[in-house]
Design a protein around this ligand. Sequence first.
Ligand SMILES: Cc1ncc(COP(=O)(O)O)c(C=O)c1O
Length: 481
Amino acid sequence: MIDDFVEQHRLLGNAVPRIINEHVAGLANRRVTPESTPADLEKLFDEPLPEKGIEIEEILARFRDDIAPNAMGVPSPRYFGQFNPTPLPIGVWADALASMLNQNAGAWRNGPTSAMIEARVIRWLCDLLNYGPESFGTLASGGSEANLIALKCARDNVAASIKDRGVRTAPGDLVIYASDQCHYSIDKSADILGLGREGVRKIPTDERFHIRVDALREAIAKDREAGLVPCCVVGVAGTTSSGVIDPLESLAAVARENECWYHVDAAYGGPLAFSPQHRDKLRGVELADSITFDPHKWMFVPFSCGATLVRDGGRVLRDAFDMTPEYLSEDRGGADVEFDFFRYGQMGTRRFNSLKLWMAINFMGREGYAKTVERQIDLTKYLAQEIDALKDFKRLGEVETAVCCFRFLPQADLSGPDLDRLQQRLQQIIERSGEAWLTTTVLHGRRALRVNINSFLTEQRHIDDLVRLLERSRRQLIEEY
Ligand SMILES: Cc1ncc(COP(=O)(O)O)c(C=O)c1O
């Protein structure tokens, strides 16, 4: 048995690196978007459950021929889509090493090194953000889960009874405040936590898409008057649509005045803290009761890897999540219980996800991340300048991170909805070209184009190509209309 097992590893250990190396070597010249339709792919994989096992070589051939060529080119330097990075090679291979050990990082006894390394990377992220010595946290599957964990702490902070007896024991209907630019996981979390999606008060934003603190104050006062219970203020450091950072210090003050939990969703913007040049944009993040930080966004760690950090650390997370099932209840001398991560969040069995983060941080160092983040912001500013010079395009807001939003506004008498359709049409032309991928979003009610530079492989020439592509697409659209 063991010989066969070792042989399978040997075979895969020879073949898989070859596939990976071939794929990444062709990355720069391959289409970013595959041409296949859902129907094509459904047909390609429409096969019955295999009765007998298939040879490894044949399975790998399916990956090479059917899966990889039809994948979205997320690691491409010309992928300008959502906050999805080119993964660091060390992160890719760390995933294989983690799977090989198959540590269950949920409990120290099941994964001593994985628990220790998780504790270590959490410490590094806390230190990076100048979070206090008591701060602690837990890895999560991503920003959505990290926000859910944080908002569970916020909800339970209102009354000790809620965890066991539900939100009906709260002193009134609880309200979470976040800008109209917050990520949808805030609404989902409110639903899951029993507050309901209407329990999230969406606060309007200013012309650059930051939360309006005056409007927040007004909303809280109005809710109090109506007998509602303000529970949590959420600030966003790196909004999903435009990448901007809310006034984190002012939000901390409002939360404090109103005895609310203060959560900062820094899922995307957290890594600004690496850069001496940009760190100041996060001023006030350290005042948060909890922080979401997603290494699988701007730290180039392969999916999935998110984190919730909490200022008062393990105690708060344990109050919110700890349970001791009978099969884990025996006395083990105490010391290791502290590293049982199942006590700090909703996951039981969990992957050794900290390994890829630990390896990535060791590989890049503070300096490597600082330089990359700075270069990507500079490239985004360069793109913004180029767009300003392009005929018929209008930039929206300012570049604060590595996101640039803009609209195509041809000189024609078109209604708002027609213009919205034009943005989508332009996005489709680019998508179909396969030369790059960008997305659209909605900002202050109007559809806009959005570019995020999240690949450390992106250089100025890729931005120049993108600008040329925008210009070509503009001409094509004008001809169409
Ligand atoms: C600001 C913000 N928070 C949370 C999330 C959710 O992260 P995930 O997709 O990893 O769950 C995102 C995703 O883009 C985001 O932009």
